[in-house]
Design a protein around this ligand. Structure first.
Ligand SMILES: N[C@@H](CCC(=O)N[C@@H](CS)C(=O)NCC(=O)O)C(=O)O
Length: 224
């Protein structure tokens, strides 16, 4: 059994999607980010960075893993799935995983904050991050031309990138000019594991009525 400490955000959804794709049994521990539960001393013992997600593997001496990219690799290696055993193919998958961890995630994260969370508008910061997100989407779009997945087979790289790119609207960066990226998003959206994964825990992003509350909570968290 895997214990999953998570919240309804892209980095959390990566892990619930992977667990669903892999068919692993897991318990969900839903942390409230707006209440700053990820900074509680008990949780910091598991994840010194005070962020979600984190897992504990009960079948492996209660081994703890934090950092979503590291968790994806751990789960893929544990099961022998979603990460190729061929060294070159495996490297290609890891390259696209790192593209998400070092590019898509941080840049979309900053675009979201500057574009959506503040009452004040600082246009140069919005432009800087939205332009970078757009550039990264263009890189993916070009690569996905003629490809079904980022590498040959479905892998943890697709899961990591998909969990972020799907909320492009949140960053205020449209994807109308990126047909291959759009087709890939739609293709993965059809998979039951992805659908269950993004509802685990239920996504606050999609509950429009709660959007104001969610933004208020996110602001409080950023100001702490
Ligand atoms: N590099 C980390 C980033 C984790 C991260 O930023 N998680 C966000 C939610 S998507 C979080 O916990 N935010 C709460 C906070 O910043 O205190 C990973 O990939 O696991």
């Amino acid at each position: 059994m895997i214990e999953l400490y998570t919240a309804a955000t892209p980095n959390g959804h990566k892990i619930s999607i992977a667990l669903e794709e892999l068919g692993l049994a897991y318990n969900v521990h839903h942390l409230s980010l707006s209440k700053n539960e990820q900074k509680e001393p008990e949780y910091l013992k598991l994840n010194p960075n005070g962020r979600i997600p984190t897992i504990i593997d009960r079948e492996n001496d209660d081994f703890v893993v934090f950092e979503s990219g590291a968790i994806l690799m751990y789960l893929a290696e544990k099961t022998g799935k979603l990460l190729s055993s061929d060294p070159k193919e495996r490297s290609r998958e890891i390259q696209w995983l790192m593209f998400q961890m070092g590019g898509i995630g941080p840049m979309m994260g900053q675009a979201n904050v500057w574009f959506r969370y503040w009452d004040e508008t600082y246009q140069p910061a919005i432009d800087r991050y939205q332009n970078e997100v757009k550039r990264l989407f263009g890189v993916m779009d070009g690569h996905l031309n003629g490809r079904e997945y980022l590498a040959k087979e479905l892998s943890i790289a697709d899961i990591a990138n998909w969990a972020w790119v799907r909320i492009y609207d949140w960053s205020g960066v449209p994807i109308d000019d990126f047909p291959h990226l759009t087709a890939w998003l739609d293709r993965l959206d059809q998979r039951p594991a992805f659908q269950i994964g993004i509802k685990t825990p239920p996504s606050e992003y999609e509950q429009k009525a709660k959007e104001e509350d969610f933004i208020k909570g996110a602001r409080n968290m950023l100001l702490k």
